[in-house]
Design a protein. Sequence first.
Length: 199
Amino acid sequence: MNPIEPEILRVLHRMEEEDAEDRKAVGRPREDRMFTLHPDTSRLVHILIQSARCKSLVEIGVAHGYSTIWLAHAARIMGGHVTSLEVNPKSVEIARRNVKEAGLLSLVDFVLGDARETLKGLKGPVDFVLMDCWEWLYVDCLQTIVPLLRPGGLLVADNVEPGDAESDRYIRALEEHPLMETVPVPIGRKIEVSMRKSE
Ligand SMILES: C[S@@+](CC[C@H](N)C(=O)[O-])C[C@H]1O[C@@H](n2cnc3c(N)ncnc32)[C@H](O)[C@@H]1O
């Protein structure tokens, strides 16, 4: 049985169709685009959160709120909550509408601002982080995320493509980090799954 209720699936499927159209559009500024998380990645994230018993969830990069809905649904199952960091006020407005339509708004706190700064204001321990902003920010964000994560906490980063300079920089930073254990997972648009080890 699909664990997601039909009324939430309807919102997600509508957004998947919007994203497919959006990816065909030429010349639209990056800030106005959706770039939603791949549905398979979303499903994996939904499973990981439950399996690792994560309650305090953070996402970096909200866009129109597709991943937010998946996280909020997992948070509801776990009795947790989501903190969603986004720099674009227009995106937060759209995401808020979509998450509300899915009936999950009470589970999400939107924090507007540059995640490199807003992350510093979060209170740990955090159980799970989804990093899905622009890839050139990943290494900077990593430095703030690791101390926030509890031992055994998970960090999933989307769009990590070996051979791409920014992705390689992130992969190297993870390899060199003494507190992170990482595996690349070739699902969706390719992700890195990392766990914070005990000190
Ligand atoms: C790939 S999209 C996020 C897609 C979203 N996770 C989803 O599944 O629908 C990237 C988002 O990161 C946001 N972003 C870019 N730079 C940021 C920053 N410094 N702080 C927070 N968010 C940022 C962009 O505005 C954009 O909405």
